[in-house]
Design a protein around this ligand. Structure first.
Ligand SMILES: [Zn+2]
Length: 269
């Protein structure tokens, strides 16, 4: 159970379905949600119902995000992203399905990518569906909330920050300039479903694959775990690189307990 076993696995199966999670991006300075036992490291992130139904929840979310984005938006890919981009360049990657919303796989050069949980660099209007760049929205929030810019806080996952204010009620949350609708990060929130066409497209790629490689995910979220169940159902081999337990440990052909960038370093040779 080491890197050479992983190398053999990758050499043996030329059409890999790669599924990645937060562990891929921790070395880029983006914290993950869960500890090595798959438990929450902090309070559970805001859910879809609360965000859509409650203005104070949106004020708190965006105030924290205003602070968190400054670093999140500047994160750079690391060797794990580069190794997987190299795998694709060698024609070995049928699809890279990522649960991350940071776009770092694309920044590293991967092209065959599906963002299972969306992308944090876009903001979507829940009324008319229009999308704007997160950076543009950031400037708008900054100009409306100058008092908040001096605040700083520890980074939390997905561009969030551990900012705790007494009162978020003075924070001004911009609405859609076209229709006045609620603006939401273009990511799948907890309590929200992954769009069906995304699941269907990823599933069809899984049908074309001869093995699955999981990188940096505990698979605690069902939207990712379902693809591992599908792979197991198809009886294709499954390898995982992850520090700590995964929900799929019983289904794995190979498990490598290591940091992603270390386990995949041989791909960069
Ligand atoms: Zn709108």
């Amino acid at each position: 159970m080491n890197a050479s076993a992983l190398q053999e696995f990758i050499d043996r199966y030329p059409r890999l379905f790669v599924l990645t999670g937060a562990g891929c991006s921790t070395n880029s300075g983006i914290p993950d949600y869960r500890d090595s036992h798959g438990n929450w490291k902090r309070t559970q992130p805001v859910g879809y119902q609360a965000f859509m139904g409650d203005e104070p929840t949106r004020q708190r979310y965006w105030a924290r995000s205003l602070v968190g984005w400054r670093r999140f938006g500047r994160a750079q890919p690391n060797d794990a992203h580069r190794a997987l981009a190299r795998l694709e360049a060698r024609g070995r990657c049928e699809l890279l399905l990522t649960q991350n919303v940071d776009r770092l796989h694309q920044a590293a050069g991967s092209r065959q990518v599906i963002d299972l949980h969306g992308r944090l660099d876009l903001v979507r209007c829940m009324g008319c569906g229009s999308k704007i760049p997160r950076q543009e929205f950031q400037h708008e929030m900054e100009s409306l909330n100058a008092d908040w810019l001096a605040l700083d806080a520890a980074d939390a996952p997905d561009g969030d920050a551990d900012l705790e204010a007494e009162d978020f009620s003075s924070f001004v949350v911009p609405t859609c300039s076209s229709c006045g609708g609620i603006l939401k990060p273009d990511v799948v929130f907890f309590g929200e479903s992954v769009p069906r066409d995304i699941v269907a497209t990823a599933s069809s790629h899984l049908e074309q694959s001869d093995a699955m490689l999981i990188v940096g995910s505990s698979l605690m979220v069902y939207s990712g775990f379902r693809f591992v169940q599908s792979a197991a159902h198809r009886r294709i081999p499954i390898a995982a690189v992850n520090l700590g337990r995964t929900r799929a440990d019983d289904l794995l052909t190979l498990k490598v307990e290591d940091r992603c960038e270390a386990a995949l370093a041989f791909l960069l040779d």
